[in-house]
Design a binder for this molecule. Structure first.
Ligand SMILES: Cc1cc2nc3c(=O)[nH]c(=O)nc-3n(C[C@H](O)[C@H](O)[C@H](O)COP(=O)(O)OP(=O)(O)OC[C@H]3O[C@@H](n4cnc5c(N)ncnc54)[C@H](O)[C@@H]3O)c2cc1C
Length: 447
């Protein structure tokens, strides 16, 4: 089995790498995530603020939480994480950590306000790959980059860490992307795709927009340059025994270049969000209907506001149109969905359960069960949405309706994510007041 030690816990810890712990000690992913959270909470205050930028290297990421794979699928919700941290730290002390959690909501909301961006980016990947293949030199560089054999040693280490653990520290992600774009001269699109296929927390919004931010396409004129000094400063002394020449850091670009925007103006246009109407309170239409709750990998928290007769799930689809997803990522996503279903069965014991299925098989199952209505948490932009839309078509052909509901968190945060993070950041104190942290509703029942 491949190692996931990069997530920062050694064998002696209660919490080890997600798949290994979950398999060998029969611990569920959510349990694993909750233990990580509990273990990290004491560090989430001033210590996080001080040390979060230090990339201590594979297996040593203890100055950050490593919670992103769990938060990404809402195996643990943002609300739960914030509640745990703010139960132990004053807001001023945990300010930096809290802000990072809201950065996630910012990217999710920002992309959601531009419904055409991600589909266009995805549709352009094959062309980007073909263009690269036509340029022998650039394609050779690409093959060197993805096989960890560039002349830049730390870059090769990050490639290996990413492939073998599914995780990279935030700074390593920024350096990686910057070197990919500005030093190796490769297209950001293919780098983002490579990340998506290997990160356990790979997220269509945070990843795509993270790459665009580094390349200077998010905030006009603002690029991120990885420099030998910055890499050394944040590397916890790991590179001190070698010169820049030994490490290949002398090959880093000394300045950023302008990256051409290849997405169309349409893709960048603010399209708005179709906010689902609240289900509770005004739902006479749902009475007397056979209803199923649909889970997707986007939101495995069970917060269905209706009584349901069945619980079903869509199997996670492929993440990339041009390459294979890593087996670590595939296993983690599959496992997360299966556990989401198991948890739903515990919380909704009267509901019949199916295994995760593809859209067509699931539509047949629902029709056989004489389901009239499928309800699901809002599915944001990404492969899960494409799957959900396909399911919707199959269901419509069978006369089965679909309706979505939205988590309070997304409904609160996303309206403020249309422009820069600053607008959203100003609202954080108000969000925290609204979230009733520390109340019994905050924590979901254990799985
Ligand atoms: C090029 C690039 C690609 C990225 N791709 C992803 C991705 O696909 N999925 C993903 O979850 N994050 C992504 N990030 C953001 C960030 O690097 C990771 O969220 C973070 O490193 C996860 O580690 P952690 O859980 O230890 O974070 P912590 O530092 O412990 O932060 C706690 C939580 O806050 C959120 N968070 C932290 N930093 C950021 C950030 N910069 N932006 C948004 N949310 C953040 C995450 O949910 C994280 O789990 C990317 C960043 C860059 C520069």
């Amino acid at each position: 089995m491949q190692s996931l030690e990069g997530l920062g816990f050694d064998d002696g810890d209660v919490v080890g790498p997600p798949t290994e712990v979950a398999t060998e000690k029969r611990m569920g992913l959510r349990q694993d995530g909750l233990q990580r959270l509990q273990r990290f909470v004491p560090q989430a205050g001033r210590d996080y603020q001080r040390f979060r930028n230090v990339d201590r290297g594979r297996g040593e990421h203890w100055s950050v939480s490593s919670l992103s794979p769990y938060i990404r699928h809402r195996l643990i919700s943002e609300q739960e994480v914030l509640d745990a941290v703010l139960s132990e730290h004053a807001r001023e002390d945990a300010f930096k950590f809290v802000q990072e959690v809201f950065w996630r909501g910012y990217w999710k909301g920002w992309l959601e306000h531009r419904q055409r961006l991600w589909p266009e980016y995805q549709a352009g990947l094959q062309d980007a790959e073909q263009d690269l293949k036509r340029n022998n030199r650039a394609y050779r560089t690409y093959l060197q980059a993805v096989s960890a054999s560039t002349p830049i040693i730390p870059f090769n280490d990050w490639v290996t860490e990413l492939q073998e653990t599914g995780y990279l520290h935030n700074h390593a992600r920024m350096w990686f992307a910057s070197i990919w774009v500005f030093s190796l001269g490769l297209p950001w699109q293919l780098g983002a795709d490579f990340f998506m296929r290997h990160l356990l927390d790979g997220d269509p919004a945070v990843n795509t927009l993270g790459w665009r931010w580094v390349a200077g396409l998010h905030t006009q004129g603002k690029t991120y340059l990885a420099t030998p000094t910055n890499i050394r400063q944040c590397a916890d002394g790991r590179f001190d025994d070698w010169t820049d020449y030994d490490l290949g850091l002398n090959r880093l670009a000394a300045r950023t270049a302008q990256v051409e925007e290849e997405l169309t103006a349409c893709a960048l246009q603010v399209t708005g969000i179709e906010w689902p109407a609240p289900l509770m309170g005004s739902c006479p239409d749902y009475r007397g209907k056979r209803t199923a709750l649909l889970l997707t990998e986007e939101d495995l928290a069970i917060h269905c506001p209706l009584r349901v007769d069945a619980v079903v799930a869509l199997s996670p689809g492929n993440l990339s149109p041009i390459g294979e997803d890593s087996s670590l990522v595939t296993d983690f996503r599959r496992r997360a969905v299966v556990e989401g279903l198991e948890h739903a069965t515990v919380l909704l014991p009267a509901a019949k359960k199916s295994n995760p299925m593809d859209p067509e098989a699931l539509a047949s199952w629902l029709a056989n069960e004489k389901i009239d209505l499928v309800v699901h948490a809002y599915v944001p932009m990404g492969p899960a949405l494409m799957n959900t839309l396909e399911l919707q078509q199959h269901l419509a052909a069978r006369g089965i309706a679909m309706v979505s509901f939205m988590s309070d968190y997304d409904r609160m945060v996303w309206p403020h994510a249309r422009k820069g993070f600053f607008q959203l950041g100003k609202k954080i104190p108000e969000f925290l007041d609204t979230m009733a942290l520390g109340s019994p509703e905050t924590l979901q029942p254990d799985r």
